[in-house]
Design a protein. Structure first.
Length: 187
């Protein structure tokens, strides 16, 4: 009985060490996925917000429901992701319009944004630029200078959209940590 008790104590202690190591590995994986998502918010090659959402889902899967993340956080993070994607798609067109582009320049910037998705990473900047410029010249019959200004406006809009994307990515990660350590612990 004495040997069995020592064996049980040793086994229980080992399980505690392994559980703590598992928590460390789980957090390491979560933080690495969130960091990759943040890099994706900066580099147009990776779908940053989707990777952040996958990092949050992986945390929930690894640590379970009692780990502090609530179901409505997925709704908040998903909504932030959708808002950012919509803003990113529209930013080139808004930039073109802001810089004095016509309706045709806006349509060209939108279509150029969609076409640019197939030519990553440079297509994200060149697509709206070429689209706005081409539509201004071909359909709106603009002179060279206003067509170029409209195209440049689309690029400025895209860059502003990328900045917005980074802010939303940081907000998503901040929301996750707030829910894990503050909000979710009160439920």
């Amino acid at each position: 009985m004495f040997v069995y008790g020592k064996t049980m104590a040793w086994t229980h202690e080992l399980l505690g060490i392994l559980e703590a190591a598992g928590d460390g590995v789980g957090w390491t994986i979560t933080v690495l996925i969130l960091a990759a998502g943040m890099i994706g918010c900066i580099l147009p090659i990776l779908p940053g917000h989707l990777i952040i959402l996958l990092g949050i889902i992986s945390y929930r899967v690894m640590f379970g429901a009692e780990a502090g993340i609530s179901w409505w956080s997925f709704v908040v993070v998903g909504a932030l992701m959708a808002i950012s994607q919509a803003f990113e798609m529209m930013s080139g067109a808004v930039g073109s319009k802001w810089f004095g582009g016509t309706r045709w320049g806006v349509i060209g910037a939108l279509l150029g944004s969609i076409a640019g998705l197939f030519f990553l990473p440079f297509g994200l900047l060149l697509g709206p630029l070429i689209g706005a410029f081409a539509f201004e010249k071909l359909f709106s019959k603009q002179e060279l200078r206003p067509a170029v200004v409209s195209g440049v406006g689309s690029v400025v809009g895209i860059l502003a959209g990328m900045g917005f994307k980074v802010i939303i990515g940081m907000t998503m990660i901040g929301w996750f940590f707030a829910d894990v350590f503050l909000i979710g612990k009160t439920n």
